[in-house]
Design a protein around this ligand. Structure first.
Ligand code: ADP
Ligand code: ZN
Length: 507
C-alpha cells in the first residue's frame, strides 16, 4: 500500500464500521480479514450466507488508495449491493449488461476519472478494452472475488469465465491485493480456489457455520398445504420464501395461496425472463412478501428481511437445504426454517437424480459414480428429516462442526418442553405494534419516492429497534443499529416524525 493516507490520518476500521455502515461491532472473522487485506495480504473468507462477507471488502475498499474491483457472477446481486452502497454515501458503480451502450460508456468514463471507489463487474468483462483502459488510468488496489468457488471444477457451480480473473490480475502494472469469498466450505474447493486464483500465501478465515438466529424445524404433516398456511399465519405481514421441488408444485401452491388472499408470487425456470425479473422485484420490494419458488430462485438475492424459509418439499442434499434456509434472517433477527417432509419427497428426488440429463459429456462410469454420490447425499438429507437429534447439530456436523450440547432452538430440542406454539413469543404490546406498522409504511413510502428497495433504507431490525428505543432526535436515532450519518441525513426526519406522532397520540 504505502501510498495511502499515513497511519496517523487513517481512521480505524471500527470507526468506519460505525460511521459508514452503522454497526456497533465486527462479526466473527470480519476484523481479521479486513486487517489482512489492509496489510496487503491476500485472503480467503469462507463464511456462511448472511455471515457478512461484503463488509470484509467494502470497508477496506474505502481505506485503500485506489479502486476496488469486485467480481461477481450475478447482475441482480451487483445492482443490489451498489444501491445499498450509494445509500450509505459510498461511491460505487457496476459495469454489466443491464446498462445500455451509452450508460456503460458513461460509467466507464466516470470510473477512469476516479469517480468510484468500488466497481462491481462480471468476470467476462475483465479483459475487455474498457476495463483495460480503466486499469491504465486508475490504480487498482484490490480485486475481490465473490462466489469464488465458481473457479473450481470440483464445485457445483464451475464457471469458466472465472479463469479470466488470474489472467487479468497478472496483466496489471502493479499487483493488487486479491481476496476471495465463498460460502462453500469443503476443504478441497477451498484449496483449489486459492491455487486457481493464484493467491499469494493467503490468510484463511473460516467462521463457524452456525446461524444462531435461525430456528430449525421439521414437520411431517398430514396435509402440507394446511401446515404451510399455519406457518404463514404465524408470520403476518412478514416476508418469506416457500421452496418447492417442481415447477408444477410451485404453480399449484402459489395459486392456492393467492386464492386464500395471500400476496404471493412465483418463480421457476419455466417462466419468461421478464416475468422472473418482475416477480423477483415484487418480492425484494415487499410488494409480494411471499415467493413460491424452485431452487432456481435465490442465488444472489440479498434480501435481509426474510423471516421464514419453508421447504414444501425436502431438497436433494444438505448443501442445498442450508443454503436455501440460510436466506432467512440475514439481518440477524429471529427467523424460521421449516421443512415439511414426506416420504414422497425422497422418491421425487431419487427420480430427479436418475432422470438428470446433464453430464452427457462424461463417460458412463463417471456418470454412475456421480449419481451414486448424489444418492448418498440424498440419504443424508433424509436422515436430517427424520432424526430425533438436535437439528442444528446435525446440520453443523455435516459441514464438519462438532457440537455436543443440544442447541435448545430447534424443533427437536424444544419438542419436549414446548407449550403450544406462539405462546412463548414475547407479546409485543399493541402500541408498539402500531408504531412499527407506521414505520414500515413510512419505509415503503420512502422506498417508492427514492426508487430503492425498502431494506436498503432501513432493515426490519432497525425499524424494530426504533420502535423499541423511541429516539427523539437525530443524535438518539444514530445510536440505533443500521442508522448511519448518510441515512440519518436522508431519512431521519421522516422517521422521527412518525415516532413523535405516535407518542403524541398516546399521551
Ligand atoms: P454474505 O455476503 O456473507 O451473505 P452480507 O455481507 O450480505 O452477507 O451480510 C448479511 C447481513 O449482515 C447484511 O444485512 C449486513 O448489512 C449485515 N452485517 C454485516 N456485518 C455486520 C456487522 N458487523 N454488524 C451487524 N450487521 C452486519
Ligand atoms: Zn437443537
Amino acid at each position: 500500500m504505502g501510498d495511502g493516507l499515513s497511519s496517523l490520518q487513517r481512521p480505524e476500521p471500527l470507526t468506519l464500521l460505525q460511521q459508514v455502515f452503522g454497526y456497533d461491532s465486527f462479526r466473527p472473522g470480519q476484523e481479521t480479514l479486513i486487517h489482512a487485506l489492509l496489510a496487503g495480504r491476500d485472503a480467503v473468507g469462507v463464511m456462511p450466507t448472511g455471515g457478512g462477507k461484503s463488509i470484509c471488502y467494502q470497508l477496506p475498499a474505502l481505506m485503500l488508495p485506489g479502486i476496488t474491483l469486485v467480481v461477481s457472477p450475478l447482475i441482480s446481486l451487483m445492482v443490489d449491493q451498489v444501491q445499498a452502497l450509494v445509500q450509505l454515501g459510498v461511491r460505487g458503480a457496476y459495469l454489466n449488461s443491464s446498462l445500455n451502450q451509452k450508460q456503460l460508456a458513461r460509467a466507464l468514463d466516470n470510473a477512469c476519472r476516479g469517480m468510484y471507489k468500488i466497481i462491481y463487474l462480471a468476470p467476462e468483462r475483465l479483459n475487455t478494452a474498457g476495463v483495460r483502459r480503466l486499469a491504465e488510468s486508475q490504480p487498482i488496489s484490490m480485486v475481490c472475488v465473490d462466489k469464488a468457488h465458481c473457479v473450481s471444477q470440483w464445485g457445483q457451480d464451475f464457471r469458466p469465465s472465472y479463469l479470466e480473473i488470474p489472467r487479468f490480475v497478472r496483466s496489471l502494472p502493479r499487483r493488487p491485493v486479491v481476496a476471495a469469498f465463498t460460502a462453500t466450505a469443503t476443504p478441497k474447493v477451498r484449496r483449489d480456489l486459492a491455487e486457481m486464483l493464484e493467491l499469494r500465501e493467503p490468510t484463511y478465515i473460516t467462521t463457524g457455520f452456525d446461524r444462531p438466529n435461525l430456528y430449525f424445524e421439521v414437520q411431517r404433516p398430514q396435509d402440507k398445504f394446511d401446515a404451510l398456511v399455519a406457518c404463514l399465519e404465524r408470520h403476518p405481514r412478514q416476508s418469506g420464501i416457500v421452496y418447492c421441488l417442481t415447477r408444477k408444485e410451485v404453480e399449484t401452491v402459489c395459486q392456492r395461496l393467492c386464492k386464500l388472499g395471500y400476496h404471493a408470487t412465483r418463480y421457476h425456470g419455466g417462466l419468461e425472463t421478464e416475468e422472473k425479473n418482475r416477480n423477483q422485484e415484487d418480492f425484494i420490494y415487499d410488494r409480494s412478501p411471499i415467493i413460491v419458488a424452485t431452487n432456481a430462485f435465490g442465488m444472489g438475492i440479498d434480501k435481509s428481511n426474510v423471516s421464514f424459509v419453508i421447504h414444501y418439499n425436502m431438497p436433494k442434499d444438505m448443501e442445498s437445504y442450508y443454503q436455501e434456509a440460510g436466506r432467512a434472517g440475514r439481518d440477524g433477527s429471529a427467523a424460521e426454517c421449516i421443512l415439511l417432509y414426506s416420504g414422497r419427497d425422497v422418491k421425487l428426488n431419487q427420480y430427479m437424480i436418475e432422470q438428470d440429463p446433464e453430464e452427457e459429456t462424461v463417460d458412463a462410469a463417471t456418470r454412475d459414480f456421480l449419481r451414486r454420490q448424489e444418492l448418498l447425499r440424498l440419504e443424508q438429507m433424509s436422515r436430517y428429516a427424520v432424526t430425533g437429534r438436535c437439528l442444528r447439530n446435525t446440520l453443523l456436523a455435516y459441514f464438519g462442526e462438532r457440537r455436543t450440547e443440544p442447541c435448545g432452538h430447534c424443533s427437536n430440542c424444544t419438542r419436549a418442553v414446548r407449550p403450544a406454539r406462539g405462546e412463548e413469543r414475547p407479546a409485543i404490546d399493541s402500541r408498539r405494534q402500531a408504531l412499527l406498522s407506521a414505520l414500515f409504511e413510512e419505509r415503503t413510502r420512502q422506498a417508492r419516492r427514492h426508487g430503492v428497495a425498502p431494506a436498503n433504507i432501513f432493515s426490519d431490525l432497525t425499524l424494530r429497534e426504533m420502535a423499541q428505543e423511541l429516539p427523539e432526535n437525530e443524535f438518539q436515532l444514530l445510536q440505533v443499529t443500521g442508522v448511519t450519518f448518510a441515512k440519518c441525513r436522508r431519512y431521519g426526519a421522516a422517521f422521527l416524525r412518525v415516532i413523535a406522532r405516535s407518542k403524541e397520540e398516546q399521551s
